[in-house]
Design a protein around this ligand. Structure first.
Ligand SMILES: [Fe+2]
Ligand SMILES: [Fe+2]
Length: 189
């Protein structure tokens, strides 16, 4: 099975946009955090998070089918391919069935909102609490590209309280805050 270094090299080959790269790293971190919490395979879950939007820049029309075709050729595990297809079930027709599928969906849009929330706070992610994220969630004009319906759908899929899920995503992102540039000292400079 290809490892994380292979996946990062692939990501850097396919994705040029810095924002999209950070989104993929953020979702990886959130999904990995859940793998840890659930006693699941962190490497496997991490690969799905890291690569879920691989073709978004190169072939948005067929996202994520183009990516999955390539990943299949490269020998990525079925669980990873399935999760990536299921994160866009409305397009692929592949429904989420595994815990990995469900957590990838739940972390995808919410990571984007948490990331955006960090950037508008002088303290970044340092002291970010679910309450502040909920406020941003309710402010439809904030990070308008983040689908509130998708966030709600994800929370429903994993069956946690909203604030508990938000806290878990914050914890996941905090582990890579420096790389994402979302610590207080990063956003202030
Ligand atoms: Fe996507
Ligand atoms: Fe995504």
């Amino acid at each position: 099975m290809p490892d994380r270094d292979d996946a990062v090299a692939l990501l850097e080959e396919w994705v040029e946009n810095e924002g999209l790269r950070k989104h993929m790293y953020a979702v990886e971190a959130a999904v990995r955090h859940y793998a840890r919490l659930r006693g699941e395979d962190e490497e496997l879950w991490g690969l799905a998070g890291l690569l879920h939007d691989l073709d978004w820049e190169k072939d948005p029309e067929n996202h994520p089918v183009t990516a999955v075709e390539r990943l299949r050729e490269l020998g990525y595990p079925d669980e990873v391919l399935q999760a990536i297809l299921a994160h866009r079930a409305s397009f692929t027709g592949v429904e989420p069935v595994s815990d990995l599928d469900r957590h990838l969906i739940a972390c995808d849009e919410l990571s984007g909102l948490v990331f955006a929330a960090c950037l508008v706070r002088p303290t970044g992610i340092d002291d970010l609490r679910p309450k502040s994220v909920v406020k941003k969630l309710k402010d439809k004009a904030f990070a308008a590209g983040v689908s509130r319906d998708e966030v709600a759908h994800g929370i429903e899929l994993i069956g946690l309280e909203r604030s508990e899920h938000i806290q878990n995503v914050i914890d996941g992102l905090r582990a890579v805050a420096e790389e994402l540039g979302i610590r207080g000292e990063d956003v202030r400079s």
